[in-house]
Design a protein around this ligand. Structure first.
Ligand SMILES: [Zn+2]
Length: 200
């Protein structure tokens, strides 16, 4: 571990010497080295969502969030039922793709921005779909990255509220909060358009 930290420090110092303008992106890429790039990186870069929402999405994409199935696999004796729908076992794939609570929030957000809804029910096809939508620098891709990160974060926070505080808000309330956050965080060119859309 210490060796890894020292190597990372050396890499960062070299990057700073080689470049006049050092950005977080260039530091990240130099630390990444020659490792293969993940296909979902388009969701992470140039995403105007809150940093905490991007971190949640980053963990979700790697299946590193402490969902009930993962906690149980580490030997914890816990109720593995999904807290949001009370219907299925809680896994990353269920929580973010199949759960009716999440789907209903997503449907409301898609209706808000007047995009067709999607009805995918497997993580692999879901991942393929989000990568396709998030790729590129056009306004549509920028908006999709923002909404996806904020929506994933909202679902995770809602799940935590239910577990730790035994509180669950109305899904409409959650969807509106995501929409509000997107209006606040979107680049100016998108933000003014979003604010003109009515939330149904
Ligand atoms: Zn569920």
């Amino acid at each position: 571990m210490v060796k890894k930290i020292l190597n990372a420090r050396l890499t960062l110092e070299q990057t700073q010497k080689q470049n006049d303008q050092v950005t977080i992106g260039s530091l990240y890429l130099s630390l990444l080295g020659n490792r293969p790039r993940v296909p979902w990186r388009c969701l992470i870069f140039a995403n105007s969502a809150r940093p905490k929402a991007i971190v949640t999405m980053w963990l979700q994409l790697q299946n590193k969030l402490p969902t009930s199935d993962r906690l149980a696999s580490w030997g914890m004796d816990i109720n593995q039922q999904c807290k949001l729908c009370q219907n299925k076992l809680e896994t990353r794939d269920h929580l973010f793709v199949c759960c009716e609570f999440t789907r209903a929030i997503w449907r409301k957000l898609m209706a808000w921005i007047k995009w067709p809804d999607y009805t995918l029910d497997a993580w692999d096809t879901h991942l393929k779909w989000i990568i396709e939508k998030a790729r590129g620098n056009n306004l549509t891709a920028q908006l999709f990255r923002l909404i996806y990160a904020e929506c994933s974060h909202a679902v995770w926070i809602e799940r935590n509220h239910k577990i730790f505080e035994d509180k669950c808000r109305n899904l409409e309330h959650v969807a509106k909060e995501v929409a509000y956050m997107c209006c606040m965080r979107a680049p100016t060119a998108i933000s003014s358009r979003l604010q003109q859309l009515s939330f149904v």
